[in-house]
Design a protein around this ligand. Structure first.
Ligand SMILES: Nc1ncnc2c1ncn2[C@@H]1O[C@H](COP(=O)(O)OP(=O)(O)OP(=O)(O)O)[C@@H](O)[C@H]1O
Length: 208
């Protein structure tokens, strides 16, 4: 496999919930070292797609091929309200089998989460919980990062920090997929797709 081969390839993905068809033939590739955006309206199927790409939901048909380690930042924040920020880091350190928390500590500092280390997740504000969500997705320095509305709840400063982090990941060779219903600031992406009518289409084709 060449280093130019896609790190992730979605092939003809289909998914229905009962009679409601949500994905009907999604096809796209995530290339090495790119920052890719997929934009879609509420209910377009973005979270369904990302869950399938991350392997937490099974497609009815189709296949996802990927190489390298995955980081997944889900829209619904999966934290234990009883555990502190620091306890979450240690729990995920064990789950990821990583020796050091150095990257996690860096992320805490960058996102302004360090002062909350001893605070239980249940007491954090929405935006601060999202910082923890993001830290947990990135702390093992994955090759491929899949993020669902990753800046939800962020104030402007943290929104900009998010983009700095995403750009740095891309510039150091990671591949980053961001899905969002927010269609502004799209020039930050290397490539942009729309999810509409159950399919992923290049944004240029939508505009033309
Ligand atoms: N587990 C489920 N059971 C039944 N229907 C579901 C389920 N999950 C999602 N849906 C439906 O599938 C459609 C797509 O949902 P999804 O959450 O993937 O969309 P989305 O683009 O992420 O939306 P949003 O921008 O509002 O987060 C919606 O109509 C939703 O109600």
């Amino acid at each position: 496999m060449s280093t130019k081969d896609p790190v992730l390839h979605a092939i003809d993905l289909h998914k229905s919930y009962g009679h409601r068809s949500v994905l009907s033939g999604v096809e796209f590739e995530l290339r090495p070292g790119e920052l890719l955006g997929i934009i879609g309206e509420n209910g377009a199927g973005k979270s369904t797609l990302l869950q399938i790409l991350a392997g937490v939901l099974r497609a009815d048909r189709g296949e996802v091929l990927h190489r390298g380690s995955l980081g997944y930042c889900p829209q619904r924040i999966v934290v234990n309200d009883e555990l502190t920020v620091g306890q979450h880091l240690r729990y995920f350190q064990s789950a990821y089998h990583i020796a050091s928390l150095a990257r996690a500590e860096q992320l805490l500092e960058r996102l302004g989460l360090a002062p909350y280390r001893t605070i239980r997740a249940g007491s954090l504000s929405g935006g601060t919980r999202q910082k923890l969500n993001l830290t947990l997705a990135l702390m093992h320095d994955p090759d491929v990062v899949l993020m669902d509305e990753p800046y939800q709840g962020f104030d402007w400063e943290n929104y900009l920090t998010f983009w700095q982090l995403a750009t740095e990941l891309r510039d150091t060779g990671r591949s980053v997929l961001v899905i969002s219903h927010i269609a502004h600031d799209t020039e930050r992406f290397d490539r942009l797709f729309h999810l509409e009518s159950g399919r992923v289409v290049a944004a240029e084709r939508v505009a033309s």
